[in-house]
Design a protein. Structure first.
Length: 204
C-alpha cells in the first residue's frame, strides 16, 4: 500500500487530504524558509513557492529511502499580489499592511507541490494557482480577525475554510489550493510517478 508523507505542519493541508480519504504521515521538514527565500531574491512568486516545496520534500525524503511504497510531498503557498509574494505575516502590523493592499482587490494564491519517491529519487513538481477576490472588511472586523491570531498562521494572512472565509468574496479555480494543497494537481503528480489517486484512500 502506498503511503503519503506530508512534509508540512499545516493543519489545513492535512485536513484537505483527510477529507479526501487520504490519511498522510506528517513529517515536518523544519527547513529555513527565510534562508531559501534569500537565496532566490529575484524569483517570481510561482518559482519561490515551488523552490520552498521542493526544499521541504527533499529535507524529509532521505528518512524514507528504504521504503519503495512511500511518497513524500512538500507544499508551500504564497499569495501573489501584483507580482509580490506574501507568505505568512510576521506580525499583526505586517498583516494590517497587507490587508490594506488586498482589500477589495484580487490576487492569486499559488501553491508549489513537490513529490518524491525516496527509494528511487524519482520526483515531479508543479504550481497550482487560484484567483482570490478579497472582500472589504470594516476596521472593527479586521481588528477582530487579527486578534484571533489566524492570519499569522497562513499565507497571505487569510483563510478560505476557517474564520477568514467571510472576508473572501469569491475565487476562480481550485478551492482546495487556497487551503494549501491542490487535490487535482496532486492527482496528476501521482500519475506522473505511476500511482493512482485511489491507491491512497485509507492509507497508511
Amino acid at each position: 500500500m502506498t503511503t503519503l508523507v506530508l512534509a508540512s505542519q499545516s493543519p489545513g493541508r492535512w485536513g484537505v487530504l483527510r477529507n479526501a480519504g487520504v490519511l498522510p504521515v506528517v513529517h515536518v521538514s523544519n527547513v529555513d524558509e527565510e534562508a531559501i527565500e534569500a537565496s532566490v531574491p529575484e524569483a517570481s512568486p510561482a518559482d519561490l513557492c515551488l523552490a520552498l516545496a521542493r526544499a521541504k520534500a527533499e529535507a524529509v525524503a532521505p528518512d524514507y529511502a528504504a521504503d519503495p511504497e512511500v511518497l513524500v510531498l512538500g507544499c508551500d503557498s504564497v499569495f501573489d499580489v501584483d507580482g509580490r509574494a506574501f507568505s505568512k505575516p510576521d506580525s499583526n502590523e505586517q498583516a494590517w499592511e497587507r490587508w490594506a493592499l488586498m482589500m477589495g482587490r484580487s490576487g492569486t494564491l499559488r501553491t508549489g507541490h513537490w513529490l518524491i519517491r525516496p527509494a528511487t529519487g524519482e520526483a515531479t513538481g508543479a504550481v497550482a494557482s487560484t484567483i482570490v477576490h478579497m472582500g472589504d472588511p470594516s476596521h472593527e472586523e479586521l481588528q477582530a480577525y487579527l486578534d484571533t491570531g489566524e492570519p499569522l498562521r497562513v499565507a497571505g494572512g487569510f483563510t478560505l475554510d476557517a474564520l477568514g472565509g467571510a472576508f473572501v468574496d469569491g475565487i476562480e479555480g481550485d478551492p482546495s489550493n487556497v487551503v494549501g494543497l491542490s487535490l487535482p494537481l496532486l492527482r496528476r503528480l501521482l500519475a506522473d510517478v505511476g500511482v493512482r489517486w485511489t491507491d491512497l484512500w485509507g492509507a497508511p
